[in-house]
Design a binder for this molecule. Structure first.
Ligand code: SAH
Ligand code: SF4
Ligand code: F3S
Length: 514
């Protein structure tokens, strides 16, 4: 499409948007592709079996679509989104596009968005505001919004009403349709919207351009069926569906052969892995037991829900080896009352019992967690229970959040009766405890020798290298550049709240761990 056509199409969009406000019926403007999201439909969980597709291919007609063009993807949110970005980068590359790391020389810009809290969404709307001027300067630029926010009706409506310069909106289930969506956006005068609300499929063999050469993400399952009352994810990511074990194992083997040193298995709730299989009895513990035999130094997973963390998994994790001794186990609250309202389906005591079991089986295990403060009905006593649970478990670190109501979730209908000042004050108190505990734990590392997977130069000082221990502690240390991408031994000489400083141990220089 040339510049003139593009400008004309902008005009049509602008005209349409004026009508849209009054009519609130967008469908007639979208003859080409208009599949809007629906949170209500997203909640319906079908009984139909998961369909596996392993025949993804770029249609012949789209090959070369990206010749001479560049793409830029900005990613918000969790590892799942980071990994989706790698898949989209793979599709762009297969279409002939080149990557760029600035918006200024991009021909296509995608915002891969996160809907987990209001401030995550605000960042995206702020960015759209910035991109508007770029889009006005360069009408040929294609601008797309994808990721979890696209799955929300309210977001799609807001973009239609206030950001009609956006060319395409597509959902988390539509990533594999990127070639068709781009094609439609080039041809269409209207905003292209394709957001499937309910999806039970698993698409294999999608191309990927991974961000690093040392660490890689591998999806083991998609979606979430837990429906914690505050959470938007079950609506934005669809129902739980597991990849077949043979596909996962093949991918991990392939990454090992390519020289990757660390794999993180991804799922919103990895412990529910395999629950949806109708033909085999195969769960997360079984998968880990097979993956640990693959020749790759470190295997992590995220995130585990306490509820499905079964004894077999603990038994397998206790075998150690390449299964790292760090478990992220979100607790959300230390109060059984609050946990009940959150529909987490475990009590404080059950969580503590699980922690005891894990520590008994894996004495070196470090635990980290996620906590929400200021939930509806959370009293001072409830909050104190969170503080005391934090101390009792002795977490290494935590991600802490103020509760953010998400439209369409059950909690959004509850009365949010904790004043914002109280929420903020609780968050501060909790963070002070988190920092203090973390600093104390870090002190224990003083003088020790730890194994570090070296990622590269430190962000702050190019003279210093940075990497992570098995327990995911950041270590900055002096060592040769040849150590990058290797696992090396580092003697800790100084400790801070969130990181460690050290020197590479000379005699153990660049140990290659097979
Ligand atoms: N599947 C993961 C969580 C993914 S979301 C799990 O269940 O462990 C990451 C974290 O964001 C959650 O653990 C929770 O602490 C936080 N979170 C989710 N929804 C939120 C909301 N509405 N307000 C504040 N924090 C929220
Ligand atoms: Fe959200 Fe709960 Fe599912 Fe985690 S387990 S993604 S918090 S609904
Ligand atoms: Fe955000 Fe979606 Fe991940 S809401 S946290 S990007 S699953």
């Amino acid at each position: 499409m040339n510049e003139k056509q593009r400008l004309e199409s902008q005009q049509v969009k602008a005209d349409n948007s004026a009508d849209k406000k009054s009519e609130k019926d967008y469908s007639k403007y979208f003859q080409s592709v208009y599949i809007p999201p629906s949170l209500k439909d997203a909640k319906k969980r079908g009984k139909e079996e998961v369909e596996y597709h392993d025949d993804f291919a770029i249609p012949e007609v789209f090959r070369g679509m990206g010749e001479g063009k560049k793409f830029y993807i900005r990613t918000y949110g969790c590892q799942m989104n980071e990994h989706d970005t790698e898949v989209m980068a793979g599709i762009f590359t297969a279409l002939g596009y080149q990557p760029t790391n600035t918006v200024d020389d991009a021909n296509v810009i995608l915002l891969n968005t996160c809907a987990i809290r209001e401030n995550a969404e605000n960042k995206v709307f702020g960015e759209l505001g910035h991109l508007k001027s770029l889009k006005l300067e360069k009408p040929d630029l294609l601008l797309g919004v994808c990721g979890c926010m696209s799955q929300e009706e309210s977001v799609v409506k807001r973009i239609l009403e206030k950001h009609h310069f956006v060319d395409m909106i597509f959902g988390t289930h539509n990533i594999h349709r990127l070639p068709q969506i781009l094609n439609e956006a080039y041809l269409s005068k209207e905003m292209v919207i394709e957001v499937w609300s309910k999806e039970g499929d698993v698409i294999e063999n999608l191309p990927k351009v991974r961000k690093g050469k040392t660490k890689a993400w591998v999806n083991i399952m998609y979606g979430c069926d837990k429906f914690c009352t505050y959470c938007i994810v079950p609506y934005t990511r669809g129902k739980e569906r597991s990849r077949r074990p043979e596909d996962i194992i093949q991918e991990v083997r392939h990454l090992a052969a390519q020289g990757y040193k660390e794999i993180t298995l991804l799922g919103q709730n990895v412990n529910a892995y395999g629950k949806d299989f109708t033909d085999i009895e195969y769960r997360f513990g079984d998968l880990m037991d097979e993956i640990r035999k693959i020749d790759i130094p470190r295997i992590r997973f995220t995130t585990s829900h306490p509820r499905d963390f079964d004894d077999h998994l603990i038994e397998v994790l206790a075998k150690g080896g390449n299964l790292v001794d760090h478990i992220h186990l979100p607790v959300q609250s230390g109060s059984s009352d609050t946990l009940k309202i959150m529909a987490r389906k475990y009590t404080r005591e059950q969580y503590l019992e699980l922690v005891r079991k894990i520590k008994r089986a894996i004495p070196s295990a470090s635990l980290t967690t996620d906590i929400i403060v200021g939930y509806p009905n959370e009293t001072e006593e409830h909050f104190e229970e969170t503080m005391s649970l934090y101390r009792e478990v002795g977490f290494d670190a935590a991600y802490t959040y103020i509760y953010s109501p998400r439209e369409g979730t059950p909690a959004a209908k509850m009365q949010d009766n904790v004043p914002m000042e109280v929420k903020k004050e609780r968050l501060q108190r909790l963070n002070a405890l988190v920092n203090e505990t973390c600093a104390l734990k870090m002190k224990e590392y003083g003088g020790q020798v730890v194994e570090v997977l070296v990622e590269g130069e430190s962000k702050k000082n190019s003279e210093v290298l940075a990497g992570y221990t098995t327990k995911n502690k950041l270590v900055n240390f002096k060592g040769p550049k040849s150590a990058i991408g290797q696992i090396v031994k580092v003697k800790i000489t100084g400790t801070k709240t969130w990181s460690l400083n050290g020197d590479m141990v000379e005699e153990a220089a660049a140990i290659e761990v097979e």
